[in-house]
Design a protein around this ligand. Structure first.
Ligand SMILES: Nc1nc2c(c(=O)[nH]1)N[C@H]1C(S)=C(S)[C@@H](COP(=O)(O)O)O[C@H]1N2
Ligand SMILES: [Mo]
Length: 165
């Protein structure tokens, strides 16, 4: 009896050490909020969307080439702005970006619109021709020319268009 109990205990101990296979859920990007067409994009959807390359300097002061989809193109795809003409009351709209760790950053839509902004802010999936490292990817917002990288939000999972009251 004690032997049997010992065996059961031993087996339980053994299973507690069995490594659990970490299978990450397939990455997807939710685009929602005040939009005409909410979207859920897979990594493939995003990879197939036309990419642009921007040069930007990271926290360590190194310049890299980041490739990705302009946030403006995603806003167009979901219909964030009526007739795609950002003006008047639409200037109260903003994009709230959420990461896997719940870190969030905010952009006024005017910062993302090429008729206003001189720089192109992208949702990058590549750095110097390679996929982003898992700590940053699959998607990271890259803001060229910004003095601090605090809005270079890593592991983006959600984009929400909001209207300020
Ligand atoms: N998901 C996520 N992205 C983030 C942050 C964070 O806490 N979570 N911190 C930001 C801040 S404050 C900075 S300064 C940079 C730091 O970038 P690095 O540590 O990758 O160089 O990432 C930004 N992106
Ligand atoms: Mo920071």
């Amino acid at each position: 009896m004690t032997k049997a109990l010992l065996l059961v205990g031993f087996l339980l101990l053994l299973t507690s050490f069995t490594p659990v296979q970490q299978v990450p859920p397939p990455a997807s990007l939710q685009v929602s909020g005040v939009v005409a067409r909410p979207l859920t994009w897979s990594a493939t959807d995003l990879a197939q969307h036309p990419h642009v390359t921007v040069r930007a300097t990271d926290k360590q002061g190194h310049e890299h080439r980041y490739a990705g989809v302009p946030l403006h193109a995603i806003l167009e795809a979901c219909g964030a702005v009526t007739d795609n003409r950002l003006h008047g009351k639409e200037l109260r709209k903003a994009l709230l970006v959420t990461a896997a760790d719940q870190y969030e950053v905010f952009f006024a839509l005017a910062e993302l619109d090429p008729t206003f902004a001189a720089r192109t802010i992208i949702l990058a999936d590549q750095c110097d021709g390679r996929p982003l490292p898992p700590t940053a990817g699959p998607w990271q917002v890259i803001v060229p020319g910004e003095r601090k990288p605090a809005r270079w939000i890593r592991q983006v999972v959600r984009l929400r268009v909001v209207i300020l009251p």
